[in-house]
Design a protein around this ligand. Structure first.
Ligand code: NAP
Length: 522
């Protein structure tokens, strides 16, 4: 029997937080950038009953997990900052990973986030027991919350390539997001599969230290030079003394990135052509050998895959110990990689720079909404959300950086902050009107996603002649296909007509998601 076949049960009358004038209990899952911002902003808005669940032992999210050499952020530091914690002390225009991780930790400490985080506590199950959520952790603890906010990040589940013999390799092998610091690569024959943003930074950083660097490229990437600068002490002093300069810089980089790179990807052909010219010039300047240059020249348009900002890759790949291999990988053996041209590339270590599963988000946590709806089944391998923050059938469950939000060559911190403000508007609405639950209407969700689908042909992701995770197999975008500024404007003032605003009477008739709960309520 599935949940839809059951007779509705009458739940015991529960007075929701909003009607009783209490503070809502809010669970935030993930203590990365979005989780930290959520705590700070919720508190500022008056919501103080917060608990953060974090699977690891430190805050920081992607900046804690990624520790590969050369790790940096290709979004300028002055914009890749919390609006409530602008940082005059950034050392570089484009920060390196450890400095960003330190900033995350400092912000979490300064704003009293760290002390409300339950570390080493993965959440394994979330079940809607209208209007509350039952949250179960890996160690079996169960707590009920009025509101759940998923802040688990976009790309965090490493994707391993499906290559014949991969598991038989006997040398050192690890994914870039699980860097093995116990391995000294100095003087070794190193192979790296992948040529995305991550691989470019690693290759740029370690090629001069390893014995040989074998780069296995399936698709070449367009690359813009990264105008890196180290900030002088006087500049930091000035930023500290004149905070308005920090705000100006934040806005300057915001405008520059959105007006150029985002505008180009969502349809501005002139800007796109200009970016492609910059990439071609960078390539020509960086790679003198015409044969190598040809191998590194994409046959699709710039912007189709995520643009790489990197000035260290071309100097590295042109070193005598670097080998760019463009023949397809046939198989991996215990000691080498064999390519389809019959060549054998012997390796001591193999780095998998093969990216992440873009469909994970909060999964594999099991999330069960109204009437037993399972989130994994609802998404069916193609995660969708209403305005990237909520799903029909999952009331009082919000996502920060959920599916189809604006990502790619911009500061996700800004996007997260707007989404959190939007969620706060929803909580305010519940409080002001004594509502028990809010969830997007199915029609609003469908219309929103239809609008995005219709926009796809105008984007470079669809017309640029490449494959990427930006568009799924059905041609539906995995990210926002309009200008990010449109998204932010729309998020500024929620249209409550898009939502089911539920009072307690409507909740009482919901069907418990599982038989087990039926017993609880019997
Ligand atoms: P990625 O962009 O998904 O690149 C994965 C690479 O692995 C691609 O070159 C891909 O080739 C290759 N690959 C995957 N499976 C393969 C296989 N079976 N055989 C051969 N090659 C294979 O991953 P990433 O570089 O880790 O970047 C992921 C995301 O992290 C980026 O989109 C970006 O958002 C973020 N990131 C950001 C920064 C930053 O500075 N802000 C830095 C690093 C990463 P194909 O292209 O042919 O698929």
């Amino acid at each position: 029997m599935n949940a839809h076949d059951r007779t509705p049960f009458s739940l015991p009358q529960q007075t929701g937080w909003a009607k009783s004038g209490k503070q809502p209990s809010i669970a935030i899952i993930g203590a990365g950038m979005s989780g930290i911002a959520a705590v700070v902003k919720l508190r500022k808005a008056g919501y103080a009953n917060l608990t953060v669940y974090e699977k690891a032992d430190r805050v920081g999210g992607t900046w804690r997990e990624n520790q590969y050499p050369g790790l940096s952020c290709d979004v300028p530091s002055r914009w890749y900052s919390f609006s409530f914690a602008l940082n005059p002390d950034w050392n570089y225009r484009y920060s390196y990973g450890p400095e960003i991780q330190a900033y995350m930790e400092k912000t979490a400490n300064d704003f009293g986030v760290t002390n409300i985080v339950k570390f080493n506590t993965p959440v394994v199950d979330l079940t809607y027991e209208g209007p509350k959520w039952r949250l179960t952790t890996e160690n079996g603890d169960i707590t009920h919350y009025d509101i759940v906010i998923s802040a688990t990040g976009v790309l965090h589940k490493p994707a391993h390539p499906n290559i014949d013999g991969l598991e038989t390799f006997k040398g050192h092998m690890f994914h870039t997001a699980r860097w093995d610091h116990s391995v000294d690569l100095k003087g070794k024959r190193v192979g790296i599969i992948g040529t995305g943003s991550t691989a470019a930074q690693i290759i740029g950083d370690i090629t001069d230290k390893v014995g040989a660097m074998h780069v296995f490229q399936r698709t070449p990437r367009w690359m813009v030079p990264l105008p890196q600068t180290k900030y002088k002490a006087a500049w930091k002093w000035l930023m500290r003394k004149l905070p308005f300069l920090q705000r100006r810089a934040y806005q300057f980089y915001f405008d520059a990135m959105v007006n150029h790179f985002s505008a180009a990807t969502v349809g501005n052909q002139k800007k796109l052509a200009r970016i492609q010219q910059i990439c071609l010039r960078h390539l020509k300047k960086g790679v003198a050998d015409p044969e190598l240059r040809a191998k590194l020249t994409p046959d699709y348009k710039a912007g189709c895959k995520r643009l790489i900002f990197c000035s260290t890759f071309y100097p590295a790949i042109t070193r005598p110990n670097a080998h760019l291999i463009t023949d397809r990988i046939a198989r991996i053996t215990p000691t080498d990689i064999e390519t389809e041209d019959g060549k054998v590339h012997e390796l001591d270590a193999l780095i998998l720079a093969t990216g992440f599963d873009p469909t994970a988000f909060i999964l594999p946590t099991k999330v069960t909404g109204e009437n037993g709806a399972d989130l994994g089944t609802f998404w069916n391998g193609a995660p969708r959300a209403h305005r990237a923050v909520s799903m029909p059938g999952f009331p009082n469950f919000w996502m920060v950086e959920g599916p189809t939000g604006p990502v790619g060559n911009l500061s996700l911190i800004t996007i997260s902050e707007y989404q959190i403000d939007y969620i706060i508007s929803m909580l305010d609405k519940m409080r002001d009107e004594g509502l028990a639950a809010i969830a997007p209407r199915q029609e609003a969700f469908a219309a929103y996603n239809q609008q995005m689908q219709e926009r796809v042909p105008e984007t470079i992701w669809a017309s640029g002649g490449c494959d990427s995770w930006y568009i799924d197999k059905s041609g539906t975008p995995n990210l926002y296909p309009f200008l990010p500024t449109k998204y932010l404007e729309d998020m500024h003032a929620p249209n409550f007509g898009e939502y089911r605003l539920m009072r307690e009477e409507e909740i009482a008739n919901c069907i418990p998601a599982t038989e087990e709960k039926a017993l609880v309520y019997a």
